[in-house]
Write a protein that binds this ligand. Structure first.
Ligand code: UDP
Ligand code: MG
Length: 172
């Protein structure tokens, strides 16, 4: 367990067109997940088919690809402790009708087919999606000063969980 876990997040074309880019980024920024990469991209049909390959047999696959291709997407990578799972909680549920207020889907969406934001659903998919959307040179790793105030344990900030046990008595 370390704060170096990465997830892929994409603000979908409806999120961009509805001017919800700032609002959705704000959720991740305020939470404390570190920004590693970000770009505005008009994805091609083939690219989106690759991104959603696991859903290719679903009846909504063609309309999903068309929707995602209907305008630019803001793609980003966020880093932090349990960022994949927590990112999903921040978005949930897939169907906006089942989503609670306070979540992005709950606050900004009505239908499943227009749900403004995508987040990786597992660490494994996050790795695949990040590799698909970002070249290594597009990802910037840096020391964020805010991390010192977001994580309680000094060593969590330094991404070495084992040492955390030894340091817990001496911190701060
Ligand atoms: N989707 C849809 N109809 C459905 C289920 C999903 O249009 O019945 C779309 C929706 O935009 C969703 C995306 O397909 O976000 C990917 O589906 P998935 O099951 O992976 O949900 P997610 O991971 O986005 O929660
Ligand atoms: Mg999914």
């Amino acid at each position: 367990m370390a704060n170096s876990e990465h997830t892929f997040v994409a603000i979908k074309p409806d999120g961009v067109q509805r001017n919800l880019v700032g609002e959705t980024i704000k959720h991740f920024e305020q939470k404390g997940f570190c920004l590693i990469a970000m770009k505005l991209i008009q994805a091609s049909e083939d690219f989106l088919k690759e991104h959603y390959i696991d859903l290719k047999d679903h009846p909504f696959f063609a309309s999903l690809v068309k929707y995602m291709q209907s305008g630019p997407v803001v793609a980003m990578v966020r880093k932090g402790l349990n960022v994949v799972k927590t990112g999903q909680v921040m978005l949930r549920e897939t169907n906006s009708a089942d989503s609670k207020p306070g979540t992005i889907h709950g606050d900004f969406c009505i239908q499943v087919g227009r749900n403004i934001i995508h987040g990786s659903d597992s660490v494994e998919s996050a790795e695949k999606e990040i590799d698909l959307w970002f070249q290594p040179e597009e990802r910037v790793d840096y020391k964020s000063c805010a991390q010192n105030w977001i994580y309680e344990c000094q060593v969590m900030r330094e991404q070495t969980s084992v040492l955390c046990l030894f340091h817990s008595l001496s911190y701060p």
